[in-house]
Design a protein around this ligand. Structure first.
Ligand SMILES: NC(=O)c1ccc[n+]([C@@H]2O[C@H](COP(=O)([O-])OP(=O)(O)OC[C@H]3O[C@@H](n4cnc5c(N)ncnc54)[C@H](OP(=O)(O)O)[C@@H]3O)[C@@H](O)[C@H]2O)c1
Length: 295
């Protein structure tokens, strides 16, 4: 979207993957103010580091103070002294609005919002405590509304910006032991699609991306298994983070990974019995059998 760029590879010590710092020209990321929620660990941390490496001014929000300090230090070790961290529980609407004001006051209007914070319960429906169900929706779904409401007006005003929703493959297909998670991520996919349609009408320069990965090796889903690793691999967090950055740079509106998950949509034209049989054959509903998660 913003012209040519040239990068030097400068992977920081201890962080896997490809890192780039713009050496001349301008990239879509360089100079942009980027907020990553849940950026103290996992995918959010890696995305924050990669975007900072591309010259972005990154603000990380999280509920984990040690993780926040760590990621801000890591980003500043890349030679960027602009990174900020804010303790913010994205499920708390008033807190989101307050910290959003502080965030914009510190580094200017936010150009790119990455709604990444998320949680999983990983229990059968009747074993789910009511509070867990509420928390899943508060963090995985409702928080999207609060953060986006906080930053979108300034994007619309400038007709420039990008809202990234980290959803899940479980937002495209229901999975046993993921009723609350799956439902909250379906809502996230619907949120992105409706927002995209609205923005096309009111501010076409403001883009959205929805990211729907299968399981990733961050620890959030520790213990999950896949019957056909060649077709449905547990994804590596660096790969997913790279695809998210690529989606921002190249205005990709929907990223689904791995490729096999793309067949879910056309499969819905089939009778439900056949759809369910294929899901069972692929082992989708057994993936969570040995789930441990972060417990
Ligand atoms: N991992 C997967 O297999 C997978 C697959 C598909 C999609 N996703 C989605 O990808 C996103 C990132 O997942 P991940 O695997 O990187 O997870 P992660 O490693 O658990 O990182 C999530 C981060 O969000 C923080 N967080 C939790 N609740 C929060 C809240 N209320 N407010 C602010 N921050 C909060 C966590 O802090 P604490 O550590 O203190 O809890 C953690 O730092 C999530 O939306 C997840 O649903 C993950």
């Amino acid at each position: 979207m913003f012209g040519c760029k040239q990068f030097a590879d400068v992977a920081p010590p201890g962080v896997p993957g490809r890192f780039y710092v713009a050496t001349h020209g301008m990239s879509q990321i360089a100079g942009r103010h980027i907020v990553v929620t849940g950026g103290a660990s996992g995918i959010g941390r890696l995305v924050a580091l990669k975007l900072a490496g591309l010259g972005g001014k990154v603000t990380v929000w999280d509920i984990n103070p040690e993780g926040l300090d760590r990621v801000v230090t890591e980003i500043n070790a890349l030679g960027k002294e602009t990174a900020r961290g804010h303790l913010c529980d994205v499920s708390q609407r008033a807190q989101v609005y307050r910290i959003a004001t502080e965030t914009a006051a510190a580094l200017g209007p936010v150009d790119i919002l990455i709604n990444n914070a998320g949680i999983v319960s990983g229990r059968r429906f009747l074993e789910l405590a009511d509070e867990k169900i509420e928390a899943s929706f508060a963090i995985n779904t409702l928080a999207l509304f609060w953060t986006t409401k906080a930053f979108l007006p300034a994007m619309i005003e400038r007709n420039l910006g990008h809202v990234v929703t980290i959803a899940s493959a479980a937002g495209l297909i229901g999975v046993a032991k993921l009723t609350d998670y799956s439902a909250s991520k379906w809502a996230a996919v619907g949120f992105d699609e409706s927002l995209r349609a609205e923005l096309r009408q009111v501010a076409p320069g403001v883009r959205t991306s929805v990211i729907c990965p299968f399981y990733i090796d961050t620890g959030m889903f520790r213990g999950v298994k896949t019957r056909f690793p060649a077709l449905l691999p547990i994804l590596q967090e660096d790969y997913v983070a790279t695809r998210i950055v690529d989606a921002i740079e190249h205005d990709r509106q929907r990223v689904i990974m791995p490729w096999l998950v793309y067949v879910v949509a056309p499969m819905r034209a089939l009778p439900v019995r056949f759809f369910d049989w294929v899901a069972r054959f692929l082992g989708v509903n057994a993936t969570m059998d040995d789930f441990i998660g972060r417990r």
